[in-house]
Design a protein around this ligand. Structure first.
Ligand code: ZN
Length: 460
């Protein structure tokens, strides 16, 4: 996977900074093979891989699943470090759906309590409806249309179609409740989902009992009552940690750069690489950049509930004002940046297109070690920022290590060299935007030039 490009050759193209960059490249020949560019030294010479490693070690002592005490301990630690470095720091709480509780549910048929087991699966809908019962087979559009469901309770057989479609079909036809029986060959009644917006009381019964109801409906009409009470999601609180430092007021370009990672882990996983490693990178760059004069506001962010579906980063992105979004020129996300057993560094964008972040990352890589390739992937906290139109990329090693999302994602699989390399590349890229003497990135007098870098579709 690893390709060591000849720097002299790649400097013959310009991608971002215009023709002026060529003269910079010419002033700095032989800038390859691991010797760092003087431009970067203010940042990368100060990066301490031992400190990063120790942060990973400390954070991975226990799982940090979002909404748990383990997350809270990590969040307090991260906050204390940001404050120690002198940043204005904020814990941003947000709500998270935890375990679902089915509550209690019941069915009556023509005024008599149904004798079988009833289990609700209707999200957090709590109500009681009484209406004629109508069998709609598997709940296909054709079957539903034939049944004239308006104001009725639908009796549905599980199978063939997914729960979402079955429920949506009967909802669209005007049904007020759902009784679903199990599919062929399956026992019990522990199944079913409704989705956001499908606000209908729905319960599951066994196949045998469902088929009995079908028989009964062939000979008589049934007035059914479906009641669901107490179905709810446990509400948890997760946090984002936000640290900001305003630039020198006389030099302020009004621009913002963000550096992010996620502090939560999967359930039961120590999450050393995923993503204590990224948090260590964020904290280390925060430590260094706290003492570096800049013309750009830098935000250091660690997100909660990434593993629950990017919940924290979506929440944070939703709290940005239009002005903040417009002023944010780049978001660098570090997720899983330290595994000994993963592949080489790659930069992923959700659309598989280059942007300012990948341009800077590739060029910094070329100055520091090797050009970094790019590819297409969402699945981390760069996505909400990309969705707002902010240039954003994920820095990660691929293919992933075998310990990904397992209890073996521990400190002993972490490489100090990899932590160091990614922090250097992200730090040098951010510094290129934030340093005082480059209010305009195209300032060829001081800014290093661009490089050519390739799309890489290597598997994860
Ligand atoms: Zn993960």
């Amino acid at each position: 996977m690893y390709r060591n490009k000849a720097i002299a050759a790649v400097l013959s193209t310009t991608l971002l900074f215009g023709s002026g960059a060529l003269s910079v490249a010419a002033e700095n020949p032989g800038n390859n093979g691991g010797s760092s560019h003087a431009f970067d030294n203010k940042v990368i010479k100060k990066i301490d891989a031992d400190a990063m490693y120790n942060t990973v070690d400390l954070l991975s002592k226990q799982p940090r699943e979002a909404g748990t005490e383990g997350e809270k301990i990590a969040v307090e630690y991260i906050k204390s470090k940001f404050e120690e470095y002198g940043y204005e720091t904020e814990l941003q709480p947000f709500k998270l759906e935890g375990e679902w509780n089915a509550g209690t549910s019941s069915v009556t048929l023509n005024g008599t309590a149904f004798s079988g087991d009833v289990r609700s699966f209707s999200g957090s809908v709590n109500k009681s409806v009484t209406a004629p019962l109508e069998f709609v087979g598997l709940g296909s559009p054709t079957e539903v249309e034939a049944a004239e469901l308006e104001g009725k309770i639908a009796l549905i057989e599980r199978g063939v179609f997914n729960f979402y479609d079955k429920i949506q079909n009967v909802l669209d036809a005007g049904a007020v409740g759902v009784i679903m029986f199990n599919r062929e060959g399956a026992s019990g009644n522990n199944f079913g989902y409704t989705y956001d917006g499908q606000n209908i009381p729905a319960v599951a019964i066994t196949r045998e009992e469902g088929l009995e109801l079908v028989d009964q409906l062939n000979t008589e009409t049934i007035e059914a009552t479906v009641s669901v009470e107490g179905a709810s999601y446990e509400m948890l609180t997760s946090y984002n940690v936000i640290a900001k430092m305003k630039p020198n007021p006389n030099k302020d370009t009004g621009q913002i750069v963000m550096i992010g990672a996620h502090h939560d882990s999967v359930h039961g996983g120590p999450g050393a690489n995923d993503d204590a490693s990224g948090v260590a990178g964020v904290l280390e760059l925060a430590r260094i950049l706290a003492k570096t004069p800049t013309d750009t506001e830098i935000r250091f962010l660690t997100f909660g509930a990434e593993e629950k579906g990017l919940v924290g980063s979506y929440h944070y992105a939703s709290t940005l004002t239009e002005e903040e979004v417009n002023n944010t020129v780049a978001h660098f996300q570090m997720d899983m940046i330290g595994s000994k057993d993963a592949g080489d560094l790659i930069m992923f964008t959700p659309d598989g297109e280059k942007n300012l972040v990948t341009d800077l990352g590739a060029a910094a890589g070329a100055r520091i070690s090797e050009v970094v390739d790019y590819g297409e992937l969402g699945r981390s906290d760069h996505v909400p920022f990309y969705n707002l139109g902010i240039p954003a990329a994920l820095f990660i090693h691929a293919p992933l290590e075998p310990w990904y999302h397992t209890p073996e994602d521990t400190i002993d699989h972490i490489s100090k060299e990899k932590l160091q390399q990614v922090a250097e590349i992200v730090g040098a890229s951010v510094y290129q935007i934030a340093r005082k003497d480059t209010p305009a990135l195209q300032n060829a007098r001081v800014a290093p030039g661009p490089v050519d870098y390739d799309y890489d579709d290597r598997p994860l």
